[in-house]
Ligand binder design. Structure first.
Ligand code: UDP
Ligand code: MG
Length: 194
């Protein structure tokens, strides 16, 4: 029987460095990086009938209904030849969490949540800097306030669920990308994922 795909969730506030660190992990440890936010943005760009709905959620810093996000994640996982995944920016709320548990949890080998801990001040500075060139409709002060509210109110309780089961690996993400990656590397080597 085929082995179940290996899953690591990557969480942290907007601008904590999830995407940046995931790229480095891919390079060093050969994972497939699936950013839930990026999959949603691609779906919107593709001219999908769900595009307008997705845009409304993203611009307001709200979480898209899980059926949409899970469908995109599932398709991307099936398409990938690499079967160890960094799922970046998911699950972000109770709806995501219960949807995943219902549909996917028993089909995968879940390892842990990689949690990038970063102050709101640093995150805001990073995102406003990124916003100068990212072209993202949510990289502006107004959307950012809402994204942080959503993160605090909806995502941190999900991280707490995993923490209760000792499934959260926390990385201090205040430093530069290379400095943060040094700690990520140590963790991945320790957890025997190399
Ligand atoms: N998003 C969502 N569900 C997800 C992941 C992302 O609805 O599972 C939406 C949400 O509106 C979020 C936006 O996509 O604010 C951007 O997410 P992304 O992870 O790309 O932003 P980051 O946190 O990396 O800055
Ligand atoms: Mg990101």
């Amino acid at each position: 029987m085929e082995n179940k795909p290996l899953i690591i969730f990557v969480l942290g506030g907007p601008g904590a460095g999830k995407g940046t660190q995931c790229e480095k992990i891919v390079e060093k440890f050969g994972f497939k990086h699936l950013s839930a936010g990026e999959l949603l943005r691609e779906e919107r760009r593709s001219g999908s009938p769900k595009g307008d709905l997705i845009e409304t959620y993203i611009k307001d810093g709200n979480i898209v209904p899980v059926e949409i996000t899970l469908g995109l994640l599932d398709t991307a996982m099936q398409k990938s030849e690499i079967k160890q995944f960094l799922i970046d920016g998911f699950p972000r709320n109770e709806d995501n969490y219960t949807g995943w548990n219902k549909i996917m949890a028993n089909k995968v080998n879940f390892k842990f949540v990689l949690f990038f801990e970063c102050s709101e001040k640093t995150c805001v500075e990073r995102i406003l800097e990124r916003g100068k060139s990212s072209g993202r409709s949510d990289d502006n002060r107004e959307s950012l306030v809402k994204r942080f509210q959503t993160y605090t109110n909806s995502t941190t309780p999900i991280i707490d669920h995993y923490r209760k089961d000792n499934l959260v690996r926390t990385i201090d993400a205040e430093a530069s990308p290379d400095q943060v990656f040094e700690k990520v590397k140590e963790l991945f080597q320790k957890e025997c994922l190399s």
